[in-house]
Write a protein that binds this ligand. Structure first.
Ligand code: NAD
Length: 476
């Protein structure tokens, strides 16, 4: 059994959840301890006790520890990437890429620990100086989803620790092994006991207990909209600072003047890689009528060349989806699309592989319109829709007609369209001739509208959430 990590000690649970390989349901990775309410309370109390000492160390100490963690993650990216692919169903290359990114995030925030800057400003009053400084928020809870089980815990833990906070991490119950490995690496550094704690288990129990803890100063959440809304409510009641990163229904606009081969590549990558289980997936392909038929023809041909299979087989392009319930949900959306009158032009079925797993064929609907449920709700699987529109102006209007606003892309060779889209697409991240998914680790990440709430994550923006600003007036 893999135990929870509380106050520097590994604590087994009375019950466990099993981490199952979605590519091969006969392969159990391990059992993971479920944190009871008392475990969560102990973890928060340990973090509270440890936090002032951690914040009081010099930033060099914190930087060195984060650097050590980042280095080990990068050195072990092959092994940890394999574990990630095994528990989550991403291809091996994607798993290794994600682990490498997690390591780089730690290394990046090692540097940021040393750049926690403030300011000195002349007062409007004579003989008074004004200092603006930043200090740690305190005890931070982090709740993370299963679809980036290494990178998302890293992009919350690393900045929180860099700026002197203590952390209680609750990873997703469907893929806890990658987060456990990350915490295990941290546990072997000089980080004092209680600074980083791990509590695992179901969201409604272990997660809810963490959010409800009144001694939490801040909560950083990534996951679905419904969970985000529930967490926001509790945080408001408790006066806990919070940030939410949630779903997307990301448009990719393909204009008549796009480079056709590039557009197809961008769409395949954005919509189908990682089995479409990315908040930034290009799930709505909005195509102007002059290129529509050629684009759909080439896209179908490209989909026919994709191999669906075991995530760790190097031949595989599309691994399984995470879980049986997720698979059922995706199949229900496919059925819904059919009933709504969309043309199913590719896929739509489960796929049989050498082992029993949660495999779905890459699926494409054409002749859809933006009012259909398959164009409004996040499916979170290898399913994309095409909407044919008259021109760029209509494409932009359709792209923006969504409650979500995480990422938006355009394929065009025209500077005019690209520039206009950059300014007017309603999303936190804009991609020109690139998939809507796939981002750098050292720049801000996040959306607008119902996709996100609160401070941006990652890059230099991360400091906004993990510190609070203090303004000090000094008289003579
Ligand atoms: P989810 O909301 O079901 O679960 C996310 C986390 O919240 C898990 O750790 C879960 O255990 C926990 N949780 C669930 N209910 C809870 C509760 N009542 N109280 C406290 N914690 C609770 O989401 P998921 O299915 O794991 O992830 C998929 C979703 O995440 C998609 O909607 C996707 O778009 C989104 N996502 C967003 C981003 C982003 O940065 N915008 C990144 C990745 C995934």
């Amino acid at each position: 059994m893999k135990a929870n990590y509380i106050n520097g000690l590994w604590r087994e649970g009375q019950t466990t959840t099993a981490d199952i390989n979605p590519s091969d349901l006969s392969d159990k990775i391990d059992d993971f301890a479920v944190a009871e309410a008392q475990d969560v309370a102990d973890a928060v109390a340990a973090a509270r006790e440890a936090q002032p000492g951690w914040a009081g160390l010099t930033p060099q100490v914190r930087a060195d520890i984060l650097e050590t963690v980042g280095r080990e993650i990068v050195e072990r990216k092959q092994e940890l990437g394999d574990l990630l692919a095994r528990e989550e169903g991403k291809t091996l290359a994607e798993g290794i890429g994600e682990v490498n990114r997690a390591g780089q995030i730690f290394k990046y925030f090692a540097g940021e620990a040393l750049r926690c800057e403030g300011g000195l400003i002349d007062s409007i009053r004579p003989g008074v100086a004004v200092e603006v400084t930043r200090q740690a928020v305190g005890v931070v809870g982090a709740i993370t989803p299963w679809n980036f089980p290494s990178a998302i815990p890293a992009w919350k833990i690393a900045p929180a620790l860099a700026f002197g906070n203590a952390v209680v991490l609750k990873p997703a119950e469907w893929a806890p092994a990658s987060a456990w490995a990350l915490v295990e690496i941290c546990s072997r550094t000089d980080m004092p006991a209680g600074v980083l704690n791990l509590v695992m288990g179901p969201g409604r129990e272990s997660g809810a207990a963490l959010v409800a803890n009144p001694d939490l100063d801040a909560m950083s959440f990534t996951g679905s909209q419904a969970t985000g809304a529930a967490i926001a409510k509790t945080c408001l009641e408790n006066h806990t600072k919070f940030q939410l990163e949630m779903g997307g229904k990301n448009p990719l606009v393909i204009v008549d003047d796009a480079d056709l081969d590039q557009a197809v590549q961008v769409a395949v990558n954005g919509a189908y890689f990682s089995s479409g289980q990315r908040c930034t997936a290009s799930s709505r392909l909005i195509v102007t009528e002059g290129i529509h038929d050629r684009f759909v023809g080439k896209l179908k041909a490209a989909l026919a060349g994709l191999v669906v299979g075991d995530a760790r087989d190097p031949q595989t392009h599309i691994g399984p989806v995470i879980d049986g319930s997720q698979l059922e949900r995706i199949m229900a959306y496919i059925e819904r699309g059919r009933r709504e009158g969309a043309d199913l032009v590719f896929g739509g079925d489960r796929v049989k592989a050498a082992t029993e797993g949660h495999y779905v064929a890459p699926t494409l609907f054409c002749n859809t319109d933006n009012s259909m449920v398959i164009n409004r709700e996040e499916i979170f699987g290898p399913v994309a829709t095409v909407q044919c529109v008259k021109n760029y102006e209509e494409a932009l209007a359709v792209a923006n007609d969504s409650e979500f606003g995480l990422s938006a892309g355009i394929c065009t060779t025209s500077l005019k369209f690209a520039n206009h889209f950059k300014r007017h697409a309603q999303a936190g991240m804009i991609m020109v001739n690139l998939p809507t998914a796939g981002v750098d680790y050292h720049v801000p990440f996040g959306g607008i509208k119902h996709s996100s709430f609160g401070h941006r994550e990652q890059g230099r923006e991360a400091i906004g959430f993990y510190t609070s600003v203090k303004t000090t007036y000094v008289g003579g």
